[in-house]
Write a protein that binds this ligand. Structure first.
Ligand code: PLP
Length: 484
């Protein structure tokens, strides 16, 4: 990855990003690192001899086994492991003295290098730079702050990860929902929305927020063709793409071909085809190591990287040393290395694929015979988007009037949700993920509420949870649809 973007995208920056000045103390701090042995009387950096930490050890799974995740999961206390170390006194990539010192908002150089190697291995993006983050929640909200002014319009799937979509709302960003199908974001919908944009509505959308693999909640994954088309549209309509991709490593083959089949090739990411520097790719260790890692990285043009660093230098500062040590040593020669990491995530992918297939077969057994719900087959991620055939309920109503088709889908789904709760099952209703949009621009012919007849279900938990949960769902559906 070198460091220049070819297209000037500075007009996408928010006023906040333009007004943010580099932290002047960090600038001086950088000068102190200009050459070795500089004498610094400048910064209040606690001296490393006063850190009450001699060393740090992490015990992680060893990769000796053919299928390391299965071996790790089943072997219990005797599971083969290996030690990653950071020390004050012994050689290691990130010694305690360096790791626990202040650094820049980009993260420690060693951690940045390790993640650059990882990003190159999977995406080989042209002209991009890595910035460390505290996971995708942190990264995406920073991207919103980087790009969004009050009154700006951002585009996203009409059902999307609401925790982050909500974060943009108090900033004054207005969401423009795009209709989706089983393959996720429909390029023609994006094209139509941009081409038909009515300037009276306000500024044209200039950012697309998307989750290309195993979208949360509908579980959809964009095909290569759609990705290419969406990128072309981003170029044509001058959009910046925030590619939030925490499920990238969890991409599956179809159930029919999954028995012993080699894991499918990972889809090319938006950043891998980004020649303009208009993609901010957001990766996380939450789903492949552990959510409490609170560590991730953004791969972006040097231009956006510089602004992200400026932001971080005057806010949270770089991520914690613990995670940076862990990941640097894990990806280094004394740890798994990038090749070993790839072996682990392939094995993890197989494990989640097994869980997905078990989930789908249990769904067929417990829910399928009711004919009241249908499960989509996710090609990535952790979620099954189950369609409830709400139109079969005896109290289902479709009113056609001046406002067009409207149903009582929303109300029936609230009742079904309560019914499941009474039965002892919690699910995520679609309504939780619907983008809040300006009611003036709601599609009166086809309102989003009429598509609330989905539950997001996960196969990330235990086999027992899947068995019990789907049995309750089957029973709840039967009883609910029998009600008058
Ligand atoms: C689409 C999406 N983005 C971001 C996140 C948050 O990720 P992190 O734990 O890295 O902050 C999640 C977590 O569920 C997610 O599904």
């Amino acid at each position: 990855m070198s460091s220049s973007s070819t297209v000037d995208l500075s007009h996408h920056l928010s006023n906040e990003a333009k007004l943010r000045l580099p932290n002047p103390m960090k600038e001086i701090w950088r000068l102190a690192r200009r050459k070795p042995n500089m004498v610094s009387l400048a910064n209040g950096d606690p001296h490393s001899s006063l850190y009450p930490i001699k060393g740090l050890q992490f015990e992680v799974a060893s990769l000796e086994e053919e299928d390391p995740v299965a071996a790790w999961r089943t072997a219990g206390p005797s599971a083969p492991s290996q030690i990653l170390k950071s020390s004050r006194d012994d050689p290691c990539i990130l010694p305690v003295q360096t790791a626990f010192q202040y650094t820049t908002g980009a993260g420690l150089v060693e951690a940045q290098q390790a993640l650059t190697e990882l990003a190159n291995f999977y995406h080989n993006p042209p002209d991009h730079v890595v910035t460390l983050t505290l996971g995708n929640g942190d990264a995406v909200t920073k991207c919103f702050r980087l790009l969004g002014n009050p009154g700006d319009h951002f585009l996203a799937d009409e059902f999307t990860f609401s925790a982050l979509a909500n974060a943009a709302v108090p900033q004054g960003i207005r969401w423009v929902p795009l209709k989706i199908d089983e393959g996720g974001l429909i390029p023609e919908e994006l094209e139509r929305t941009m081409a038909d944009w009515n300037e009276e509505r306000g500024p044209r959308p200039h950012v697309l927020y998307t989750v290309p693999c195993g979208q949360n909640p509908p579980g959809s994954t964009l095909t290569v063709e759609r990705r290419k088309k969406i990128y072309e549209l981003a170029q044509r309509f001058d959009l910046v793409i925030i590619e939030d991709d925490p499920y990238y490593f969890l991409q599956y083959t179809s159930p029919a071909s999954s028995d012993g089949a080699e894991a499918r090739a990972l889809s090319p990411s938006f950043v891998s085809i980004d020649v303009d520097g208009r993609v901010l790719r957001v990766d996380s260790f939450s789903k492949i190591i552990a959510p409490g890692m609170r560590l991730g990285w953004i791969t972006s043009s040097a231009f956006f990287h510089a602004h992200l660093v400026t932001y971080t230098d005057s806010a949270t500062q770089h991520p914690h040393a613990f995670g940076q040590i862990f990941i640097t040593e894990l990806l280094g020669p004394a740890g798994w290395s990038v090749k070993g990491f790839d072996k682990w995530v392939r094995s993890l992918r197989n494990e989640y694929q097994r869980r997905r297939d078990l989930f789908l077969s249990l769904f067929e057994k417990e829910v399928g015979p009711t004919g009241l719900a249908r499960a989509g087959t996710p090609e990535a991620g952790m979620f099954v988007w189950a369609r409830i055939n709400v139109e079969r309920h005896p109290r289902f109503r479709r009113d056609t009037g001046a406002a067009g088709a409207r149903t009582n889908c929303r109300q029936l789904m609230v009742e079904l949700f309560e019914k499941c709760l009474d039965g002892g099952l919690v699910v995520m209703p679609a309504s939780v993920f619907a983008l809040t949009l300006d009611p003036k621009y709601n599609d009166a012919e086809n309102p989003i509420e009429d598509r609330f007849n989905y539950f997001r279900l996960t196969f990330a938990g235990t086999e027992e949870a899947m068995r019990e949960g789907l049995a309750i769902l089957g029973l709840s559906l039967r009883e609910f649809f029998e009600q008058k």
